[in-house]
Design a protein around this ligand. Structure first.
Ligand SMILES: [Zn+2]
Length: 244
């Protein structure tokens, strides 16, 4: 089972460093790999992601969507070429997800490997929802209650909580919102600076390291469970139903 982490270098408000998405997904994957050493081969992280909509904020580094798709598939194809049959792409940055879903699908269509992609909060949505205090939707989106809590748990000295500000800037809507825990029916992304002053979308003022610890441990446990299930998952045979 090969685990491929990917994050981003991206602004995360005034209170968090640029490395949030890389740091969190790497710590999650490394902790899971330590717990399940015989089950996980952990690849180096891809440290950059798709960020065009965040480029108004200093420090952000963007990889174009087509480049990223090709780059990720080049890696999964290499892994499959060496004989590995199970690949999971572990994402730390929301805007990578549509591209990673395509990369996983292309890997299945173009190699003998099975490949899936996930973003880490989705693995423990029930635990996160039970701890959540911020408004729904909108309170957990970016540099928010969720990301800030987990960062506070892992390295509190790099979080400047006195600079944390709540921002939920999108107009309220029945159909369009941004929330890591629940995607809106309509996918829609404006330039981030058009609705956020500091880069935050969500409520980091509600973050605590206690929440972060519970969430981190739950995500790591679920990742180990996912890996073990995915590794032993049976695959049906493809059958061509054309008449010859
Ligand atoms: Zn982030």
């Amino acid at each position: 089972m090969v685990l491929l982490p990917i994050g981003s270098v991206e602004d995360h408000g005034l209170h968090l460093p640029l490395d949030v998405d890389n740091f969190l997904i790497w710590e999650i994957c490394e902790a899971a790999a330590r717990k399940a050493q015989d089950d996980i081969l952990l690849l180096p992280i891809i440290p950059y992601g798709f960020e065009e909509h965040h480029m108004d904020f200093p420090g952000t580094i963007n990889v174009g969507m087509e480049h990223l798709l090709h780059f990720v598939v080049d890696i999964t194809r290499s892994v499959a070429h060496h004989g590995f049959q199970h690949i999971l792409i572990a994402d730390g940055h929301g805007s990578n997800m549509p591209i990673l879903e395509l990369a996983a699908r292309r890997t299945i269509l173009e190699t003998k490997a099975s490949c899936g992609a996930f973003i880490w909060p989705a693995l423990a949505a029930d635990v996160i929802t039970s701890l959540r205090q911020s408004e729904k939707p909108g309170g957990m989106s970016h540099a928010c209650e969720l990301e800030t809590s987990v960062y506070l748990h892992l390295d509190p000295e790099r979080v400047q909580m006195e600079k944390a500000q709540r921002e939920v800037g999108l107009p309220s809507s029945r159909f369009i919102w941004l929330d890591l825990m629940q995607a809106s029916p309509v996918r829609h992304m404006e330039y981030w600076s058009s609705f956020s002053q500091t880069g935050v979308n969500g409520d980091p003022t509600l973050a605590t390291s206690e929440k972060g610890e519970k969430i981190f441990n739950a995500v790591v446990d679920r990742l180990v469970a996912l890996v073990r299930e995915f590794r032993s998952r049976s695959r049906g045979q493809r059958i061509d139903h054309h008449q010859h």
